[in-house]
Design a protein around this ligand. Sequence first.
Ligand SMILES: Nc1nc2c(c(=O)[nH]1)N[C@H]1C(S)=C(S)[C@@H](COP(=O)(O)OP(=O)(O)OC[C@H]3O[C@@H](n4cnc5c(N)ncnc54)[C@H](O)[C@@H]3O)O[C@H]1N2
Ligand code: MOO
Length: 416
Amino acid sequence: MNGRLADDCFALPPGVDWTPVEVALARLREGLRPVTGIETVGLSEAAGRVLAEPVLARRDSPPAANAAVDGYAFAWEAAGAEADLPLAEGRAAAGHPWPGHLPAGEALRILTGAELPAGADTVVLEEDCRLADGRVRFPRPRKPGANRRPQGEDARHGEPVLAAGRRLRPQDLARAASVGADRLAVRQRLRVGILSTGDELLAPGTDPAQPGIFDANRPMLAALAAGWGAEVVDLGAAGDDAGAVRAALDGGAASADVLLTSGGASAGDEDHLSRLLGREGRRETWRIAVKPGRPLAMGLWQGRPVFCLPGNPVAAFVCTLIFARPALAVLAGADWPEPLAFTVPAAFAKRKKRGRREYLRARLDAAGHAEVFASEGSGRVGGLSWSEGLVELPDAGMDIAPGDPVRYLPYAGFGI
Ligand SMILES: Nc1nc2c(c(=O)[nH]1)N[C@H]1C(S)=C(S)[C@@H](COP(=O)(O)OP(=O)(O)OC[C@H]3O[C@@H](n4cnc5c(N)ncnc54)[C@H](O)[C@@H]3O)O[C@H]1N2
Ligand code: MOO
């Protein structure tokens, strides 16, 4: 079912001033619900889509016991410890079952994937066998059932094999296909509108001699959202003018399910986005205890959630990974994703203030230690491109020395 978001879905509990990251995340998790409809697609179109209903096994998988190796099938009980069995006529191959009932005390040539013939319960590996005069000799495997893949060992008929909310990875498609699924009920793609704001922004292709800065956020945010399975709606760039920002928000609310804006998030004279949302929409300024990203604001414009990301590209990027990504997942009907994190030794030294969580652009050196970008400047796009993950430092004050354990969040864990 599609959810309507409550007006206060971003509101913080009363009395909260500087919002710890985990409080902000918990609030998002509680306040958001799926906003996308459901459609049916074939397996070949389902990669990256979010399952709307569980996939149930349409039969046992495998449908019958079969051989895990090339060798000889036989009944374990009837063979001695040093087995010496006559070979039955014919063979069993994948897709070509042997029709008869194998008498106890005989063996049958069998290939990997072939259904085990009636009467046989065990398969001996061909490398362990000696063949002579129509007989096969081998040391009997220690246990009955060796090299046999039992019926239904991977899935039972009717069993849910994939839960609703899963974003389908290639291996999930294999799982769905293996139990006979054909068409899957998935969520429609979340439409994510991307808007940049600021008079200083230059479109790509502008003469570099022009004053201003090139819009770095929009291609980055669009690629992030697309990589997470969204349909991107490019809302362009709006100048620092309330009318232009209002028109862009109206256009976004009409064409997208959720908006990611950048710039104008804090409380400066030209921070129209934040002000407009406050006056004409619904805005919660969170003052999150995080660096970078403190000015992140969230709100609703005509019922559509809006993430007002800070303009500084590093802050926009970090806020998108940490806050917008799980929010977009929930809005898209997917499970809440937790970032992947490892504890690794630091390759750097840093004194950190208490009272806020910090994210540093980082990557692992050859020894597996986390090194960080030379500058923490939130405008340094070079550091974003240099980095392969983030070091996450907790709210406490810290004096970090090389070799101290730190939490490293590889970008690969964010799907980028
Ligand atoms: N008095 C205060 N000033 C600032 C505060 C504060 O709390 N009080 N917070 C600082 C922090 S932290 C950040 S982050 C920025 C965020 O401000 P805004 O979201 O209002 O963003 P702008 O002022 O519009 O832009 C900031 C910076 O980013 C550049 N920018 C904007 N959009 C883009 C884009 N699409 N591509 C590349 N660069 C972009 C813009 O030119 C500015 O340099 O505020 C601090 N100030
Ligand atoms: O979020 Mo600002 O430094 O924190 O760029």
